[in-house]
Design a protein around this ligand. Structure first.
Ligand code: GLN
Length: 228
């Protein structure tokens, strides 16, 4: 799929961005990426992974996604590509997969890692399984004068501790809530993660930032091995 020729001023490059298609809102992510000017493709095999400039990890269930990644022989190749600098955006379970440390993990749960943070699985769950909130997030194009970012949380994690160098892009804000002020969107180099699902309801500003990140990463001239 490619961007329509009339896409506003996003004509110079259409980076190829994959959506991991093992579980979750695959179609919605493809639609959001396409709307933001990327050439979106689904990824289920190592050869498909090798062909993308960036990857989206949709929400789902992080332990199941780990098992599926291993079953499809994608776990190690993806871990390697992340280490080599592949831009990746993880939503919800995808955020958990990108975390270096997980609270509330199952005994044998492993993550791909990459972001120096500790996330707490099902963090909001004790109070409520799913909820929506309008977020103020200037770094995601939702500043005080913009429409707020509509965020849908479904058995979502939050970021318990963000390491130095992790940029906090959004926090929840619901005075009095147990989840008040929790970190729910971060960026760490070429990795982006949100605890919420922006793809539900047509919010595309998170994808817009990610497409920009992928474009910037592909534009960087490399002095050595382009194949990484
Ligand atoms: N609670 C799920 C997990 O632990 C994530 C939920 C989601 O992705 N919507 O993986």
């Amino acid at each position: 799929m490619t961007a329509s020729p009339s896409s506003p001023a996003r004509t110079q490059v259409s980076p190829t961005i994959g959506v991991l298609a093992l579980q979750g809102d695959v179609r919605e992510h493809v639609v959001a990426l396409t709307a933001e000017g990327a050439a979106a493709v689904t990824v289920r095999r190592a050869a498909e992974l090798a062909a993308v400039d960036g990857l989206v990890l949709p929400g789902g269930e992080s332990t199941t996604m780990e098992k599926l990644l291993r079953a499809f022989d994608l776990f190690e190749p993806l871990r390697r590509r992340i280490a080599e600098g592949l831009p990746v955006y993880g939503s919800c379970a995808g955020m958990i997969l990108l975390a270096d440390r997980v609270e509330g993990a199952t005994a044998d749960q492993a993550t791909l890692g990459g972001i120096d943070m500790t996330v707490r699985r099902n963090a909001f769950g004790r109070q409520v399984d799913s909820f929506e909130q309008d977020l103020l997030a200037p770094a995601l194009g939702a500043g005080p004068d913009d429409p707020p970012l509509r965020a849908v949380f479904i058995r979502a994690p939050w970021v318990e501790r963000a390491g130095e160098g992790v940029e906090v892009l959004a926090r929840t804000r619901a005075p009095g809530d147990e989840g008040d002020g929790r970190i729910v969107a971060v960026r760490y180099g070429r990795l982006l993660a949100t605890a919420f699902h922006p793809e539900i309801g047509g919010e595309t500003r998170v994808h817009r930032l990610f497409v920009t990140m992928v474009r910037d990463a592909t534009a960087v001239p490399r002095t050595h091995d382009r194949s990484s």
